[in-house]
Design a binder for this molecule. Structure first.
Ligand code: AMP
Ligand code: ZN
Length: 466
């Protein structure tokens, strides 16, 4: 598999630390408001990354944090507290806001067929771990304490700009944009590990610590959660491109200072969804959500289709005209797929294996989802592939694309499935007793492609849905 690595600024062959368990960390949402469809574009592509790795034979252990504390308006720790802003806006406690928008986030993910990561960790559940982590950094001499806050001193980490590839003067400008500066910092890029001197008297989320009652900085949560659940070195770390300059740069500085080792092998970044004013952003007030699209009659999966037709490293301009075109194309595609839903199944032909390889090849090519979708259209058009091939390929491709291409027929398929699977199992049993093992293996594959797992027991073959 080839993936673009933001650290080397080049496409690299993916070589996991342990191919049996690829470690994947994803920066999660800051839960002070709904996710907008730009945020969700990034999560859709991350979902494709996880599912592509799995389809290519790399089982994935994935972790995502939920930022429910510590994220100030500027990523460089200045400005208002985002959670508090949400609480004031809705006259609720920060805890209520966190719960409400975490739930809303996963609800949106569900509507977009974004799989929930295996491990989801709330920032507020790891306080003891942050404290221990900061104490180690303190002992190693990477921190200083001033005006009630513990800061990371970036001058102690010479590789600070290795991800951004910017010089510190340029970074200074990037940090300054529109936000009031913290004059207590030794270097403008230093960042807070633990706040006690919050300028928000009504800060509700606070905990006791060796430095006084306070709360953790935002960057620290991702480092600590990744270390805790995935170990000291990980394969892939994901996020939007906006995180390169500050958040991920700070994560690297503190984690590598803590472990003394290089941390992430592949930095993966998704580009922005743009609206007519530029980057879609929550701070602009009005922003597009999945619920808003749904209330206008748009199927969230048509938005997923729209997103998958562009590459994750390219900006995508959102317009209703483009979305309307995606809806038409998606509906037509689905109709064409559904035409095969009742096809009789037989083992995949060689032609079908060719398409399967092409599809996986497109994903292995730095997640070229648009080309993967083109392979699906090629399958539908094909005069060589049988109806059974087509049905199995649609099912198999849709495990990655997750566009519910056969969903309208769910009930019919379920009813059919039992009959089809049992027919295939009977054929396989017959092939096995005739010692035609190649045929038996092909039939096993055909059954697997229906999303069914079979088990050979002394009493015969049993099966279940995956
Ligand atoms: P947040 O909830 O603001 O921390 O952002 C969640 C994720 O969405 C992060 O990975 C961001 O980098 C990403 N993101 C923010 N704005 C956009 C956008 N306009 N388009 C795509 N991704 C975005
Ligand atoms: Zn993060």
């Amino acid at each position: 598999m080839k993936l673009y690595n933001s650290l080397s600024r080049s496409i690299e062959t993916f070589e996991p630390i342990n191919p049996e368990c690829v470690t994947l960390y994803t920066c999660g949402p800051t839960v002070y408001n709904f996710a907008h469809i730009g945020n969700l574009r990034t999560y859709i592509h991350e979902d494709i990354l996880e599912k592509s790795l799995t389809a290519l034979g790399f089982p994935v252990k994935r972790v995502m944090n939920i930022t429910d504390v510590g994220h100030l308006e500027s990523d460089a720790d200045d400005g208002e507290d985002k959670m508090l802003k949400g609480a004031l806006r809705e006259n609720k406690t920060v805890w209520q806001i966190a719960e409400q928008y975490t739930e809303a986030f996963f609800e949106d993910c569900k509507r977009l067929n974004i799989q929930k990561p295996g491990i989801v960790a709330k920032a507020t559940d790891q306080i003891e771990d942050y404290i221990a982590f900061i104490q180690t950094l303190e002992t190693k001499g990477f921190t200083y304490f001033v005006n009630g806050n513990v800061y990371f001193d970036i001058s102690k980490f010479p590789e600070y700009t290795k991800l951004s590839k910017m010089n510190l003067d340029d970074l200074k400008i990037a940090h300054r944009e529109g936000v009031e500066q913290d004059t207590f910092k030794k270097n403008p890029q230093d960042f807070v590990l633990w706040f006690t001197k919050s300028k928000f008297d009504n800060q509700a989320m606070k905990w006791d610590s060796p430095w006084g009652i306070g709360y953790p900085g935002w960057h620290i949560e991702c480092s600590v959660i990744a270390l805790k659940f995935l170990g000291e070195q990980i394969d892939i770390h994901c996020g939007g491109v906006d995180h390169i300059l500050v958040h991920h740069t700070n994560e690297i500085a503190q984690t590598e200072s803590y472990t003394g080792k290089s941390w992430v092998n592949y930095w993966w970044h998704a580009e922005f969804l743009q609206d007519n004013t530029g980057k879609m952003s929550k701070s602009k007030g009005e922003f597009l959500t999945v619920s808003l699209l749904a209330s206008k009659g748009y199927n969230p999966l048509a938005y997923r289709y729209y997103v998958l037709n562009s590459h994750y490293r390219k900006q995508l301009a959102f317009s209703y005209d483009n979305l309307d075109m995606a809806v038409t194309a998606y509906d037509k595609l689905k109709k064409r797929c559904l035409a095969y839903k009742q096809s009789d199944l037989s083992p995949l032909t060689e032609v079908a294996s060719g398409y399967q390889n092409k599809f996986l090849g497109a994903l292995a090519d730095d997640l070229n989802t648009a080309n993967a979708i083109t392979v699906l259209y090629d399958v539908l058009k094909s005069t060589d592939a049988t109806a059974s091939d087509k049905l199995q390929l649609i099912l198999s491709f849709d495990r990655v694309l997750s566009l519910d291409l056969l969903k309208d027929a769910a009930v019919v398929i379920d009813a059919d499935l039992t009959e089809q699977v049992e027919k295939l199992i009977a054929q396989r049993t017959e092939a096995k007793s005739g010692k035609d093992f190649a045929k038996a293996d092909a039939l096993r594959e055909a059954i697997k492609s229906l999303g069914v797992t079979i088990k050979d027991t002394p009493q015969g073959t049993t099966w279940s849905h995956e």
